[in-house]
Design a protein around this ligand. Structure first.
Ligand code: KG4
Ligand code: ZN
Length: 342
């Protein structure tokens, strides 16, 4: 059956928590009809990072055309009258940026007389893999790695999960971005380091693997400092080798802990989520470890790893079934925690 034919299951998702203005139409929590992402990366690149005020202004300019595009490109075609709910990321993220998406979503929900659903950005990342693989089997260990967060999550079902480890300092993506900035590679650093690494020797420099055998938390700040110190002492070092060795150290710690967590909790698979999940070496290592341990490897497409609104619409659909609509008094919450944490 065409899921769109079922009234009440089409969600318009809106994402504006950082530097991507995104809108998507998703039916039944898992079927993506359209997913539009307008990246502001060019606007922020010359500052070496996201400038909150610049981000908010760009969201204001782009949000209406991006939502219009989501309808124009929907396959099968759908109209506004078929939307059953509007979901928007309400946090965590940059407050000015969040408010643009939340205000747009509330206005549309009010005009269309449909529920508004406030979505947690990290919970949305947890739902992304299911859009590529609706049959993803739970429980699974999710490695949620983005520019702002690094978490090891034991996911029991779509709305019930436990954060078993997180970074005590820098997020993995932040480490990529900071190392890239020091190396003069521009912003965002992850994709550039990833590309450079493909031509480098990952065993060239033995960078530290902090807390590798010690609990479930992560630390990337010492690794970042080690790379910077190495480059200061070896100004002629090959950028490719340094990038590949750094990337290897990050992937090593993430995958080693995820593998150990999978064994300890007896789960069926490992799943990657968040922008850093687009990293080639992290994906390769996850595949290798899963093959060796008899685990399923759930590696969402790059488009689903980085910020997008399809994952927001999916999480919104599940939240709506479980908790009902959010009130229109909900605002942006820059530091909101994960709602399904038990
Ligand atoms: O999830 P995301 O799009 O936004 C946040 O919620 O933070 O993640 C962005 C982060 C940035 O730090 C970026 O450098 C990193 O993801 N990233 C990567 C790659 N692509 C994006 N890191 C490593 N390798 C990549 N290929
Ligand atoms: Zn994100």
């Amino acid at each position: 059956m065409n899921p769109v034919a079922d009234p009440g299951n089409l969600v318009l998702g809106i994402e504006t928590s950082c530097d991507e203005t995104a809108a998507a139409l998703v039916a039944g929590g898992d079927r993506v009809l359209s997913s539009i992402v307008s990246s502001q990366v060019d606007l922020h690149a010359r500052y070496g990072g996201v400038v909150p005020e610049v981000a908010s202004r760009a969201h204001v300019q782009r949000i209406v055309p991006v939502i219009a595009q989501a309808f124009e490109q929907a396959e099968p075609p759908v109209g506004q009258a078929e939307v059953a709910a509007v979901a928007a990321t309400a946090g965590p993220g940059l407050i000015g940026a969040l408010l643009v998406g939340v205000s747009a979503a509330k206005a549309l929900a009010l005009v269309w007389d449909v529920p508004f659903v406030a979505v947690n950005h990290l919970e949305a990342h947890l739902h992304a893999a299911f859009l590529d693989e609706p049959d993803l089997e739970l429980p699974a260990i999710v490695v949620l790695v983005s520019g702002g967060h690094t978490m090891l999550v034991l996911m029991q079902d779509r709305l019930r999960y436990r954060v078993i480890g997180e970074t005590v300092d820098d997020a993995a993506g932040e480490a990529f971005d900071k190392v890239a900035r020091f190396m003069g590679l521009g912003y965002p650093g992850g994709p550039v380091i990833d590309k450079l690494s493909s031509r480098g020797d990952r065993a060239a420099v033995d960078f530290p693997r902090a807390m590798l055998h010690d609990g479930w938390n992560f630390s990337f700040s010492g690794l970042k400092t080690a790379v910077i110190t190495y480059l200061r002492h070896h100004p002629d070092a090959s950028a490719e080798d340094v990038a590949a060795s750094f990337q290897e150290a990050v992937a090593d710690v993430l995958v080693a802990k995820a593998r150990r967590a999978a064994a300890e909790h007896g789960v069926k698979g490992l799943c990657l989520a968040g922008g850093v999940a687009a990293n080639s070496r992290l994906r390769e290592m996850t595949r290798e470890v899963c093959a060796a341990d008899g685990l399923a490897a759930y590696l969402p497409s790059r488009a689903m790893c980085t910020d997008n609104a399809a994952m927001v619409a999916a999480a919104g659909w599940w939240r709506l079934q479980a908790d009902g609509p959010s009130t229109l008094t909900v605002g942006g919450d820059p530091s909101s925690g994960l709602p399904g944490n038990y």
